[in-house]
Ligand binder design. Structure first.
Ligand code: ATP
Length: 360
């Protein structure tokens, strides 16, 4: 069953200084029950606006939103279901825990608003605190807790109402890297236990890749690509998506006599099996997908070496340009050494920055 549907959704904001700005445009998306789905894109691309429309904090300028098969927003019919009747849990970037309430009362708050019986509140809050490992801190005030614990209060408060859908807007961005990782794990565990549908907003690509069953990359209010993390990482439709998901070398290339060469190189054609190569202008290669060896491939020279904790970074020349390579530490080369490189998954882009290698 589709748990979330957005049909031709558009959102315009009108401000005194900027006039009308279209924050979200032509947005069509369906998310299935139990999916963890991320919105990924640069700052200002419309992620939060879309989430706020799902939550019912913003009306639509056009289109329709359905949750669990029920229409909750429809511009043409002037239909709007308020947030408290959408069966949602929400955690936003600023944790918004109440400093004057202890952990138990923070988590109990949404149930008190619903005027649930005392015994039921007690039971459900204790369960949510157990799920988020906060039982021992039930009587403590948030100011005496760490950032990660405070974030868990927000998480407990969002799951205590048994939501069908959990909306998370950059909920981990205020945490240090270690805590972020353990919270990611917590969220996945809770999702499995409760079978929530999760919509996760982030501009951190590694977070989106780690958490999502599927994700979308958006830019300037529009969806650029939807797919699994593997699909988006391995077959990005455009250079924008390629660049957004992980590091890459982008090399200017030229087409000559049926072959492709790096800009400034006339002797060593690059591996390429695309027929209409005259359109290609850029080659993208991930630093982790270039192999260095001593026998065959493209002949080059090490120009720079940086030893990092997880790998050694080598730079090699390619025509007038440089390629960055991530190699395992056991492969030891020095600046000035000659070597050969092999491109494992080269992707070519045309002048409009569309993927030629994986074009259908
Ligand atoms: P970030 O990652 O920085 O949070 P985002 O992708 O979530 O960004 P949004 O906050 O959805 O982006 O903003 C999308 C666009 O809409 C931006 O150009 C923003 O300036 C504009 N915008 C958002 N909220 C309002 C508002 N209340 N009034 C006017 N313009 C707004």
């Amino acid at each position: 069953m589709n748990q979330i549907e957005l049909i031709n959704v558009r959102k315009d904001y009108t401000t005194k200084t900027l006039g009308t700005v279209t924050a979200v445009n032509n947005f069509n998306l369906t998310i299935k029950k139990g999916e963890c789905f991320s919105f990924l894109g640069p700052s200002g691309c419309g992620k939060t606006t879309t989430l706020r429309m799902l939550a019912g904090f913003e009306d639509l300028s056009e289109g329709e939103i359905r949750l669990e098969g029920k229409v909750v927003s429809n511009k043409a019919k002037n239909l709007y279901v308020p947030p408290e009747h959408r069966n949602l849990g929400m955690v936003f970037q600023a944790f918004a825990v109440w400093p004057h309430l202890n952990v138990f009362d923070n988590v109990a708050f949404p149930l008190q608003v619903q005027k649930r019986p005392k015994a039921e509140i007690e039971e459900r809050v204790n369960l949510a605190l157990k799920q988020t490992n906060l039982l021992d801190q039930a009587k403590v005030f948030p100011s005496d807790l760490s950032g990660g614990e405070q974030q868990r209060i927000a998480l407990a408060r969002s799951i205590v109402v048994n939501p069908g859908i959990l909306l998370l807007d950059e909920p981990l961005s205020n945490l240090d890297p270690k805590l972020r990782e353990s919270m990611r794990f917590e969220i996945k565990r809770l999702q499995k236990e409760y079978n929530f549908t999760i919509v996760f907003v982030t501009h951190d690509q590694s977070e989106a890749l780690a958490l999502s069953d599927r994700l979308l990359v958006m830019n300037k209010g529009e969806i650029i690509q939807i797919g699994t993390p593997q699909e988006l990482y391995n077959k990005p439709v455009s250079l924008f998506v390629h660049n957004f998901l992980g590091e890459s070398n982008f090399t200017k290339v030229e087409y000559r006599d049926g072959k492709v060469y790096a800009d400034g190189d006339t002797t060593q054609p690059l591996p390429c099996d695309i027929k209409h190569m005259d359109k290609a202008v850029k080659l993208a290669t991930r630093p982790s997908e270039i192999e260095i060896n001593h026998e065959s491939g493209i002949k080059t020279k090490i120009t720079k070496r940086i030893i990092l904790s997880e790998y050694t970074e080598y730079y090699v020349s390619l025509g007038t340009q440089e390629l960055k390579i991530q190699a395992p530490h056991h492969q030891v080369l020095a600046v000035g050494d000659e070597c050969y490189i092999r491109l494992v998954n080269p992707v070519y882009y045309d002048a409009e920055e569309r993927n030629l290698t994986h074009a259908e």
